[in-house]
Design a protein around this ligand. Structure first.
Ligand SMILES: NC(=O)c1ccc[n+]([C@@H]2O[C@H](COP(=O)([O-])OP(=O)(O)OC[C@H]3O[C@@H](n4cnc5c(N)ncnc54)[C@H](OP(=O)(O)O)[C@@H]3O)[C@@H](O)[C@H]2O)c1
Length: 263
C-alpha cells in the first residue's frame, strides 16, 4: 500500500461529492491537496477542512469543459514546477434525457467535461507523467461505463471512453499506476447538476442518488483502492449486481435494464 503522507495530490471535481470527500480523506492521511473545480466558494470550504488536518491545500478554478481554462491551469502548474504524486480525475456531469431528446451540443458538452477535459489535462501534464517517476492516477468512471443505461447515452459514452483511453495510457507508461474508480450510486448532488436534453439542469435530488452509499464511506474505499494500486474498484451497494448480470447474463440484462428507475 503506497503511503501518500507528505505527497502532492491533485483532485478534480473537488468542490463537491466524491472529490470533496476524497480530498478530505487524503488530507486526513497527511497529503498536500490541490483542489480543482469551477465553484471557488465550495472549493474554499473543502480547502479549509483539509487544512484543519495540518496539511497544505490550494484551490484552483478550472472549467473542464473549456480547453482555454485547462490550458491556463496546466500552464500555472508547470510554471510553478509542481510535481503531483497522485492525480485523481474525478470531475463530471451526468445526464437525465433520452438520446433523441438530447441536443447534440449537450452530447458534446458531456463528452468535453467527462472525457476530453481529463484527456487534455493529462496530455498537458506530460512532463510529470513521462519517465521513471512513479505516479498514481485515478479516474472516476461509473458502472454506466460498463453497460448502457437509460437517460444516460452521452454519460455512458463518456464513461466507457475513459476506460479505453486511460487503460491504453497505462499500458504505454509503466511508471503510471492507474486505478479506475467505478461507483454505482453514491449519495452526492450529482443528479442536481445532471443535464436535460436542452442543457438545463435536472435540479432534483433523485431518490436513487439519495439512497446511495454514504460519500465518506465511498471516499475511504476509493482511497484504499488507489493506495493499493487496484486496477478497478467497484464502489456501491446492491446496484453493483448489474455489472455481473451484464457480463455473465446479458440476455437477462437487456430484459431488466429498461425497467430500472433511472432517476
Ligand atoms: N454519485 C454517483 O452516484 C456517481 C456514480 C458514478 C459515477 N460518479 C462520478 O463521480 C464523479 C464525481 O461526481 P459526484 O457524484 O461527486 O457529483 P458532484 O457532487 O456533482 O461533483 C461533481 C464535481 O465535478 C465538478 N465539475 C462538474 N463539471 C465541471 C466542469 N465543467 N469543470 C470543472 N469541474 C466540474 C463539480 O464542481 P463545480 O460544479 O464546482 O465545477 C463537482 O466538484 C463524476 O465523474 C461522476 O460521474 C458518481
Amino acid at each position: 500500500m503506497r503511503d501518500f503522507r507528505g505527497k502532492k495530490v491533485l483532485l478534480t471535481g473537488a468542490s463537491s461529492g466524491i472529490g470533496a470527500a476524497l480530498a478530505r480523506e487524503f488530507a486526513r492521511r497527511g497529503s498536500d491537496v490541490f483542489l480543482a473545480a469551477r465553484n471557488l466558494e465550495r472549493l474554499e470550504e473543502v480547502r479549509l477542512d483539509c487544512e484543519k488536518a495540518g496539511v497544505s491545500a490550494r484551490s484552483f478554478v478550472v472549467d473542464f469543459a473549456s480547453e482555454a481554462s485547462i490550458n491556463a491551469f496546466a500552464d500555472q502548474v508547470l510554471a510553478e514546477g509542481l510535481l503531483f504524486d497522485c492525480i485523481v480525475l474525478n470531475a463530471g456531469i451526468s445526464q437525465r434525457a433520452l438520446a433523441f431528446d438530447t441536443d447534440f451540443s449537450v452530447d458534446r458538452k458531456i463528452m468535453e467535461t467527462n472525457f476530453f477535459g481529463p484527456v487534455l489535462l493529462t496530455k498537458r501534464l506530460e512532463p510529470m507523467l513521462r519517465g521513471e517517476r512513479k505516479v498514481n492516477m485515478a479516474v472516476t468512471t461509473s458502472i454506466s461505463g460498463l453497460f448502457g443505461f437509460p437517460l444516460r447515452t452521452a454519460y455512458c459514452a463518456s464513461k466507457h471512453a475513459l476506460f479505453g483511453w486511460f487503460e491504453a495510457l497505462e499500458v504505454e507508461n509503466q511508471n503510471i499506476t492507474m486505478t479506475f474508480l467505478i461507483p454505482g450510486r453514491i449519495n452526492t448532488p450529482i443528479s442536481k447538476s445532471a443535464v436535460h436534453g436542452d442543457g438545463s439542469s435536472h435540479g432534483t435530488m433523485d431518490a436513487g442518488q439519495a439512497n446511495g452509499m454514504d460519500v465518506d464511506k465511498c471516499a475511504k474505499v476509493a482511497y484504499k483502492a488507489i493506495a493499493r494500486g487496484r486496477h478497478r474498484k467497484l464502489i456501491g451497494g446492491g446496484e453493483l449486481i448489474m455489472v455481473y448480470i451484464r457480463k455473465y447474463l446479458p440476455a437477462l440484462f437487456f430484459k431488466i435494464a429498461p425497467r430500472i428507475s433511472a432517476t
